[in-house]
Design a protein around this ligand. Structure first.
Ligand code: TXA
Ligand code: MG
Length: 350
């Protein structure tokens, strides 16, 4: 039922792109690589096709989808208002990992926006994603191509594990480069608000805009009655099956704390794994650990995080002890995903 098309990002087979684009135009659903994570696409203007996405993922219908386009030339028909700030951001960051939330036009079906008056627009930079959207000639609604509740897919294997048999086509185009999702930025207000940190950093946005704020709910546990402005951010359990505990502090202290926690879990025969960094990996002996990367290169850590979550689940780890990193640059997105996966279970190592 599901066709897998292998396409090289640096040598794109246009026949395969044409085929996948035809499936999209016919109302089918196609998983494809982007520079952030894999997406599951459908014709954004076809309500029926959009509904198939929610079904295939098991996604709650109150969580809106991002509409993918080739660039600013496609914005006019989809957005009701495009502020000068939004124009500047498109020029600077598109194509790339930035989703702009704008007032929507009447063309956008309400299934996409979950009834909101706004829509998230993004032009991805991945050559396969761009070629597919261009060939299809329609805006493509696409959430991450994981089953709802699982970490976003950064490799075609993750998509196949989650969605084989549930979608029409899976394009295998290699590993996602960035590894965390796009930054979702609300540009409907005078001071734009980051609703989800991602591939474009707070610092990059501040350099361009001068003033940008961060939705205060992002780094802390939402209260019961709290309604986040990016509806997807309320689903904390898009995480590994294992329980995640984040440990913050000086790297050396963090490793000490994690080692003492390991002893506790091991004494209870609970399989435990560590998300370590280059700086600390030597400090974990005789337990499964995954080195996410160098603390000074948060891009590498971002690229490896979701795969590490899945790899630990695959080997039956029940508790993941994760070292916190700095919130700078893409580190903010890394920490947002880690803390959400942990259900905001955070320990300070002192
Ligand atoms: O990098 C990405 O953004 C990937 C790739 C495939 O492009 N897509 C992605 O989509 O992560 P999804 O559906 O997994 O996450 C979209 C996020 C959700 O948190 C959703 O609530 C928020 O964006 N969002 C979408 N439209 C919105 C809107 N109109 N207002 C506020 N938040 C919105
Ligand atoms: Mg998602």
């Amino acid at each position: 039922k599901t066709e897998i098309l292998k396409i090289q990002p640096d040598n794109i087979d246009s026949e395969k792109i044409k085929y996948a684009a035809e499936v999209l135009r016919g109302g089918g659903i196609v998983a494809f690589p982007t520079e952030t994570v894999y997406g599951l696409g459908a014709d954004a203007l076809n309500e029926n096709a959009v509904k198939k996405i929610f079904e295939a993922k098991g996604r709650p219908s109150d969580n809106p989808l991002i509409v993918h386009i080739t660039g600013k030339e496609s914005v006019d028909g989809l957005a009701a208002v495009v502020s000068p700030q939004a124009q500047v951001l498109m020029d600077r960051f598109w194509p790339g990992p930035l989703t702009l939330v704008v007032e929507k036009s009447g063309k956008i079906p309400s299934a996409i926006t979950a009834g909101l008056s706004t829509v998230g627009l993004r032009a991805p930079s991945h050559p396969i994603a761009l070629a597919l959207i261009r060939e299809a000639g329609i805006p493509i609604a696409a959430p991450s191509a994981n089953l709802s509740g699982k970490p976003s897919p950064t490799a075609s294997k993750h998509v196949i594990d989650d969605l084989y048999g549930r979608v029409d086509v899976i394009i295998d185009g290699g590993d996602a480069d960035i590894g965390v999702e796009s930054t979702v930025l609300d540009v409907t207000t005078d001071v734009p608000v980051i609703l989800r940190p991602g591939g474009v950093s707070f610092e990059q946005l501040r350099d361009v805009l001068g003033n940008v704020s961060i939705d205060p709910s992002l780094m802390k546990k939402p209260s019961e009655d709290f309604v986040p402005r990016a509806p997807g951010m309320k689903y904390t359990h898009y995480s590994p099956k294992a329980d995640v505990i984040v440990v913050e502090g000086e790297p050396q202290k963090v490793a000490e704390k994690i080692n003492s926690l390991i002893m506790e879990y091991q004494s209870k025969n609970i399989p435990v794994g560590v998300l370590a960094t280059e700086q600390t990996k030597e400090l974990y002996k005789g337990i499964p650990y995954i080195t996410l990367g160098d603390r000074l290169e948060p891009e590498t850590i971002a690229a490896n995080l979701f795969k590490a979550f899945r790899d630990f689940d695959d080997i039956g780890i029940k508790v993941i002890l994760a070292e916190a990193i700095n919130n700078e640059g893409i580190g903010l997105a890394v920490m947002n995903r880690m803390k959400k996966a942990a259900g905001y279970n955070i320990i300070k190592a002192t």
